[in-house]
Ligand binder design. Structure first.
Ligand SMILES: Cc1cc2nc3c(=O)[nH]c(=O)nc-3n(C[C@H](O)[C@H](O)[C@H](O)COP(=O)(O)OP(=O)(O)OC[C@H]3O[C@@H](n4cnc5c(N)ncnc54)[C@H](O)[C@@H]3O)c2cc1C
Length: 260
């Protein structure tokens, strides 16, 4: 059990735990931000989410004016959401307690692209350090590792969340659309696939904003983008997906002073 103050840097914490021989965080390597922000949207990547390794979250409840500790279940984690996200501004996360496994083998590899990169079957376990290196390489190739010299990586990460559809809605998607079954019978598909197949092009420019040439879900600032440039680009991508597939993409990023 490891308790970490919310102001710590997420990826430095992940690297530190891997160095010390603790498994569970490796696939979430390279996600920018703080430890305290990580439970808010239940960060996740390459087949795993932080909710799998959180034991409890200690908060300051601004409404009650008291500390409140949430067990994992009480955090109400779902895909890119939690009780904290559903009650914006109410809970200030003070620290997060993780329950990790001591050992050098990773969590089972759940993500095809990562398994292919590592040259192993899905559900295999490999060295945690190997998973970290592979994830960092894959993220860099997609422009998902911030590089101050490369505008193509100046994004807010994935702009839209992957839509979760009813089984009937998912059945209407083209055959080759990605489909990940959920425990409640619904089906998650890929926002990136929908955008690319609706005609959103990598490298496409809109004033100072653009679609990364590395990854269609990353809307980038080419140096002089305004918030409106980014929002207009997002609106047009969302419209294209709606017209082609009838699916309304929901943003993952938060907006301040502007709406989609
Ligand atoms: C290039 C890039 C790649 C990304 N890749 C991923 C990815 O693979 N997977 C993924 O899930 N996310 C990803 N993200 C999103 C982002 O990294 C996460 O949402 C991260 O948790 C944000 O951390 P932050 O410290 O920057 O929080 P902020 O963006 O500053 O805050 C996010 C929200 O959390 C709240 N918050 C922050 N700290 C606290 C606290 N201590 N108590 C209460 N509320 C708090 C803020 O008020 C805000 O509502 C990516 C972002 C970028 C830019």
């Amino acid at each position: 059990m490891i308790s970490v103050a919310s102001g710590e840097n997420w990826d430095e914490f992940v690297a530190f735990m891997i160095e010390k021989g603790f498994a569970g965080l490796e696939s979430m390597s390279g996600i920018p931000g703080s430890v305290g922000a990580a439970p808010i949207q239940n960060i996740g990547a390459y087949g795993h989410e932080i909710s799998e390794v959180i034991a409890r979250v200690r908060t300051w409840d601004r409404k009650a004016g008291a500390y409140k500790t949430f067990s994992n279940l009480e955090c109400e984690f779902t895909y890119r959401s939690s009780i904290f996200k559903k009650n914006p501004g109410r809970y200030v996360i003070i620290d997060v307690t993780f329950q990790l496994r001591n050992g050098e083998m990773s969590m089972p590899i759940k993500y095809k692209e990562l398994a292919n990169y590592l040259g192993v079957e899905l559900e295999s376990r490999v060295l945690i350090s190997e998973v970290r290196n592979a994830v960092l390489a894959l993220r860099a190739a997609k422009g998902m590792l911030l590089d101050s010299k490369d505008h193509d990586t100046w994004s807010a990460g994935s702009f839209f969340v992957n839509p979760i559809l009813s089984a009937e809605a998912a059945a209407k998607l083209p055959q080759d659309a990605p489909r990940w079954g959920q425990s409640d019978g619904r089906v998650k598909t890929s926002a990136a696939w929908l955008m690319e197949n609706a005609g959103v092009r990598r490298g496409q420019i809109h004033n100072g904003a653009g679609v990364s040439s590395k990854h269609v879900l990353a809307l980038v600032n080419n140096g002089q983008a305004t918030a409106s440039d980014i929002a207009e680009l997002a609106r047009s991508a969302r419209k294209m997906v709606k017209e082609k597939f009838g699916i309304e993409l929901e943003p993952e990023v938060q907006f301040i002073g502007i709406t989609l």
